[in-house]
Structure formats: structure tokens, C-alpha cells
Ligand binder design. Structure first.
Ligand code: HEC
Length: 265
């Protein structure tokens, strides 16, 4: 009788732990409401063993620099952080020095100096008002956290950048607004940023809008979560540790209960 109920508890525990593992591993989430759904792209950084594609990130940085940085800041990223995506100190120094920042000299005057690797990415506008004034009232948000800030962020960003189509005839598009099939409400204040060969990639990759959207998304996904690779590696180590621990506890339990199990009463 006693043994039987232990078995039942055991079966229950195994069932519950399997359920929890599947739940954690598949990153199961309960989607709510009816949202616009975006084409699901294959990202090297999704899944439990995901890592970033360095070449794609570097191309993405080029797209950000040559296209997006005219309107969008990236103020949470420092130039020296680019080391993580494969640039060396000299390259970072040169990259930073293309920008200027304000500083105060010994006489207390505001002067400009070239940006250093320790500076954060210089934003295109000094404040929100000037950003709005230059963009017909619409505010181009800082892109540092954009991939994390939107649900299904990477697919959303990719879809948004490639989602400019002709507006249906019954839809009025006011001046300074553009029609995008993936933007909520479809009218966006950002003109289409990506066109065929909009940049000339340093590594010779053909710069189609699709390619540029993928690359800039890979770069911005990293900017939003630079510790992603480390987090996933830790996760795998933790799961392996828990598996070993489960086995150990199972065999320890067997050994401890053996004398009682073998008592034929
Ligand atoms: C000419 C200026 C300009 C350029 C260049 C530009 N954007 Fe924008 N972007 C804007 C403006 C303005 C908005 C705000 C739109 C609105 O509120 O309707 C915006 C909004 C966005 C949004 C926010 C959408 C949301 O969900 O709120 C994202 C993401 C974005 N841009 C990404 C990019 C990327 C990536 C690039 C480079 C490939 C880029 N933009 C290039 C002006 C620009």
C-alpha cells in the first residue's frame, strides 16, 4: 500500500517535471488578442542554442550607419561595445572619431571634440523637439532597445522595413505619411528607408532590401540584448546540471529506499 502510493508520487513527479521542461524549452507563450502577424524569418539567434551571425551584424551596422542613423539614435550602445561583433580597437577608434561630441574646455567653454570609443553612439538630434521638427512631427525612436520593445521584435522590424506597398485606393495617405502594411494603423511617418543597393556592402554581399532588413535587424537584436549568447550558454549549462542532479537524486532515492522495498512483509 505504502509502496504503491510512493510509485504514484513518482509518476506524478516525472509527469510534472517533463511538462515543466517542455514548457521552458519551447518558450511556450500564450498569445493574446488579434494582432497583425509578421512573416516568421529564420534568425540565427533564436532557439535555445542561438548565436549571432557576425558577418550579418557587421553589415547591419553599415546599414544603420549609412541609412538609419540619419534619423535614429542608438544611445545605449558605446562605440567600444562593437568589439563584441568583431571589430578591433583601431577600427573602433576610427569609427568613433567620425562623430563629434560636446565637451567643456579648461576655460569652461563648450567645445567639440572627436568621439572616443568610450562615448555612446552620437544621436542625430540633440533632443526630441528637434527630432520631431525635422520629421514632420513624428518622432524617430532611439533604436537601442527596439527589438526587445516590440512583441516578436525581430520579425516585426524586418516586416516593417520591407512592408512599404502602394496604399489601397480607398485609403487616404496624408502628406508626410507613408503606407506600410505591417505598421499598426498602416500610416507611418517614416519614409521607406531601404531600396535596392541603398548601401554598398564592404563584404560584397548583394544589398537587396530583404538582405539589408535582415542584417540591420540582426545588428539591432544584438544591440537590444548583447548578453544573449552568454544567457543561452548559461541556460544550457543549468539544464545539464539539473539533468545530472535529477539522475543523482533518483539513484540516491533508490538506494535509500532499497531496504524497505526489499522487505517482503
Ligand atoms: C528620414 C528619417 C528616417 C530614416 C532614414 C529611418 N527612419 Fe525609422 N522612423 C522615422 C520616423 C519619423 C519614425 C516615427 C514614425 C511614426 O511615429 O509614425 C520612425 C519609426 C521607426 C520605427 C518604430 C516603429 C514602431 O513600431 O514604433 C522603427 C523600428 C524604425 N523607424 C526603424 C528604422 C530603421 C531600422 C531604419 C534604417 C534602416 C530607419 N528606421 C530609417 C524616421 C526615419
Amino acid at each position: 500500500m505504502f509502496l504503491k502510493s510512493i510509485k504514484k508520487v513518482k509518476v506524478c513527479l516525472i509527469f510534472i517535471s517533463t511538462f515543466i521542461s517542455v514548457f521552458l524549452i519551447t518558450n511556450f507563450s500564450f498569445a493574446a488578442g488579434d494582432k497583425i502577424s509578421y512573416p516568421q524569418k529564420e534568425w540565427t539567434f533564436s532557439g535555445i542554442t542561438g548565436t549571432f551571425d557576425r558577418a550579418s551584424q557587421q553589415r547591419g551596422l553599415q546599414v544603420y550607419k549609412e541609412v538609419c542613423s540619419g534619423c535614429h539614435g542608438l544611445r545605449l550602445l558605446a562605440y567600444r561595445n562593437l568589439k563584441a561583433i568583431g571589430y578591433n580597437d583601431n577600427e573602433i577608434k576610427a569609427f568613433a572619431a567620425e562623430n563629434t561630441v560636446n565637451t567643456i574646455d579648461d576655460e569652461g567653454e563648450v567645445i567639440e571634440r572627436a568621439a572616443r570609443p568610450s562615448d555612446k553612439f552620437v544621436s542625430p538630434y540633440p533632443n526630441q523637439q528637434s527630432a520631431r521638427a525635422a520629421n514632420g512631427g513624428a518622432y524617430p525612436p532611439d533604436l537601442s532597445l527596439i527589438v526587445k520593445a516590440r512583441s516578436d521584435g525581430a520579425n516585426y522590424l524586418h516586416a516593417l522595413l520591407t512592408g512599404y506597398v502602394d496604399a489601397p485606393s480607398e485609403k487616404k495617405v496624408p502628406d508626410g505619411m507613408y503606407y506600410n502594411k505591417y505598421y499598426s494603423g498602416n500610416l507611418i511617418g517614416m519614409p521607406q528607408p531601404l531600396y535596392e543597393d541603398g548601401v554598398t556592402y564592404a563584404d560584397g554581399t548583394k544589398a537587396t532590401p530583404e538582405q539589408m532588413a535582415k542584417d540591420v535587424t540582426a545588428f539591432l537584436a544584438w544591440a537590444s540584448e548583447p548578453e544573449l549568447e552568454e544567457r543561452k550558454q548559461t541556460g544550457i549549462a543549468v539544464i545539464l546540471f539539473l539533468l545530472v542532479l535529477t539522475l543523482l537524486s533518483y539513484f540516491a532515492m533508490k538506494k535509500i529506499w532499497a531496504p524497505i522495498k526489499n522487505r517482503h512483509v
